[in-house]
Write a protein that binds this ligand. Structure first.
Ligand SMILES: [Zn+2]
Ligand SMILES: [Zn+2]
Length: 349
């Protein structure tokens, strides 16, 4: 038997002893050593997640790393004792999008959930394409960051940033901070709009040369005015990257971008929401508006590489490791902006 956080419904997570899963042919059983808190899991806890959790009770959690303990029949390349990081999903490599090099848009994505448990079975497509050995010097907490960072790597791969560009990043959550770091590494001057003392400080350490604490401004217009005043000749940002996932932030991005600039919409909003784009602005200002989603196996590999070299220092993003029984506290602390992320150790109850 093993420890697991079981999702029974919105606001109802129970800590139980459940049977250790058994790997079938092609699968790998991993002992979870670090599972990170993530905004998506917090949302799942609060209101459920029809796409991720189809039947209840269900395990959940999707950013993790650990040790291989058992491999199913026919698995080569992995053996017990190997330290691994795993993406939260894998593409089929067979559909139109996969063959078109857009595996992030795969029509038959295999999604993995259940990292807030002592053991997790990694399904075959993930074993084949998105399970990676991690170097000795990299901690489990850092390695688990490879999944979220992969989505930031994907966004940055598609975002047209040139050296010396001014990039406004909206949002100081874990992804906003990772994007800040990646934009800095691309040679951009980053203006970070966000809130939370510690997060903004991290943003500076990650390379933001200017920080706008949005909690100090009464209206979005005032925030925008402040941020624009920090751009070259007050023209607006060359590139804006939205990493909040609220329609207001999407809308705000359009106010921050200069003529001829680009906006990347990274944060997913609730379904059914819309934004208004002024056709005159889009047309006469020649804006490039770009939606980005998820990651490809290539992005995931690059992400682990960035963490391994510590060009992105994952140690800076995890506050501390807490036992599984403190999972809901950790969710609350993140919501209260007390930390960017917590690592959960499921062996500790
Ligand atoms: Zn996540
Ligand atoms: Zn596919």
């Amino acid at each position: 038997m093993m420890n697991a956080a079981m999702f029974y419904g919105p606001g109802d997570v129970r800590f139980e002893r459940v049977p250790v899963p058994v790997p079938r042919p092609g699968e790998v059983l991993v002992k979870v050593r670090a599972a990170l808190t993530c905004g998506t899991d917090i949302k799942t806890y609060q209101r459920g997640h029809p796409a991720i959790i189809k039947k209840i009770p269900s395990t959940f959690g999707h950013e993790f790393s650990g040790d291989v303990v058992e491999v199913g029949e026919g698995v080569s390349g992995f053996k017990p004792g190997m330290r691994v990081a795993c993406c939260n999903s894998a593409p089929c490599q067979k559909c139109f999008y996969c063959k078109n090099g857009q595996q992030n848009l795969c029509e038959n994505l295999t999604v993995l959930n259940g990292a807030y448990a002592e053991y997790i079975v990694v399904p075959r497509p993930l074993v084949d394409f998105n399970l990676l050995e991690i170097p000795d010097h990299l901690s489990y907490e850092e390695a688990a960051m490879s999944e979220p960072l992969g989505t930031a790597v994907h966004a940055m791969r598609l975002t047209p940033i040139k050296q010396g560009d001014t990039v406004a990043v909206i949002g100081s959550g874990p992804l906003g901070l990772m994007i800040t770091r990646l934009a800095y590494l691309r040679g951009a001057r980053v203006i970070l709009l966000g809130k939370g003392e510690e997060r903004l400080q991290k943003g500076r350490e990650f390379g933001a040369s200017e920080v706008v604490d949005v909690s100090r401004y009464e209206s979005i217009d005032d925030q925008v005015k402040r941020a624009i005043s920090l751009t070259d000749a007050g023209r607006g940002a060359d590139v804006v990257i939205e990493a909040v996932g609220q329609p207001e932030a999407w809308q705000e991005a359009l106010l921050l971008v200069r003529k001829g600039g680009a906006v990347t919409f990274f944060g997913g909003c609730k379904s059914g929401t819309t934004m208004i784009v002024d056709t005159v602005q889009l047309h006469y200002s020649e804006l490039t508006l770009l939606g980005v989603f998820h990651q490809t196996p290539g992005d995931f590999r690059r992400s682990l590489e960035l963490l391994s070299t510590r060009l992105v220092d994952g140690r800076e993003l995890v506050k501390e490791t807490v036992p599984l029984s403190r999972l809901l506290d950790a969710f609350r602390w993140v919501k209260e902006l007390k930390a960017i992320k917590y690592a959960i150790d499921p062996t500790l109850m």
